[in-house]
Design a protein around this ligand. Sequence first.
Ligand code: FES
Length: 367
Amino acid sequence: MNAPIHSAIFTEPAPYWQPGVDDTLECVAVHDETHDVRTFTFRAVPARRFAYLPGQFITLELEIDGETVNRCYTLSSTPTRPDTVTITVKRVPGGQVSNWLHDNMKPGQHVSVLGPSGEFSYASAPVRPYLFLSAGSGITPLMSMSRALADLGPQLDIAFVHSARTPADLIFRHELVQIARMRPGFRQAAIVQSRHPEPEWHGLEGFLDLAALERLVPDFRQRAVYCCGPAPYMSAVRKLLTDAGYDMALYHEESFNFAELAASPVVEEAGCQAETAECEGGFEVRFAKLGDVITTAPGQTVLAAAQQQGLRLPSSCSQGVCGTCKTKLLEGKVDMKHGGGIRQREIDQGWILPCCSIPLTPLVLDR
Ligand code: FES
């Protein structure tokens, strides 16, 4: 199943991957992590080394059934091994992209990507002891951070507590045990909702609660917490920590879950912070294919106005970083403040990100 990786280590080091310029990856390996989770390894075409913060994500641009679909995946790989990147994907029942990847992505296949981007990384906060908390496939950014810190840090102080449905659903189970074995400052534990089908499971069973946390990580109040998982899990963790008197200034979480936000649009309030021309009035936005017409309020993005007026558009981060909402602008001008979710050449060709574009004139969009 796997193709050889022609690493640059025996030749001149490749130049670094430049987000916004480089955009093509080739799949070089696929392997199963669990019964429904797979890791896909990619290298750049042409050869590039990847520099990114552990915890960042990339956006895949896939052609599925004649339609371009964007989907963000956190890199599970570490930048300390820069020749390849990996994503680790759980097959979600009915999930268009996860099923397509599991069924179709094979070594040799090329894919267009945006990024890496994102803010969720220990690297953006002062060094201190860490507590990594994850559930399900939310483990990927924390695995990237663990791998990076294990590679770089002789003085590790990391406690990692991962929650899963059953022992069979524990992603990276053996690698985490291996890191803990090799790095004395790295402690890891898993909590499963049910020990079935592994009756000899010796770990914790149930859900992460204060008793479990105090038992596993007695000094958790002194640690910077990095948390990623389904929204209900992260909300439960926030409540647990707040109730326990934890200083939430030390708490970090993956602030948006792409799939969930796509299913439940965020409606932002219209707001105009500056005395600029675009604040003077809203504009009409026509969707050429849908036939819908909406009106933006002063200072309001196209996506926010569309959502407020009941129009569902593809979106994910709502912050101009993932590229999911990318749309061709047929007529008009916008003020777009994106966060890397669109390439300069796409802007030059007339594409915009409606989630971070405020109309400066009436618009016509190719959607
Ligand atoms: Fe992510 Fe627009 S929704 S860039």
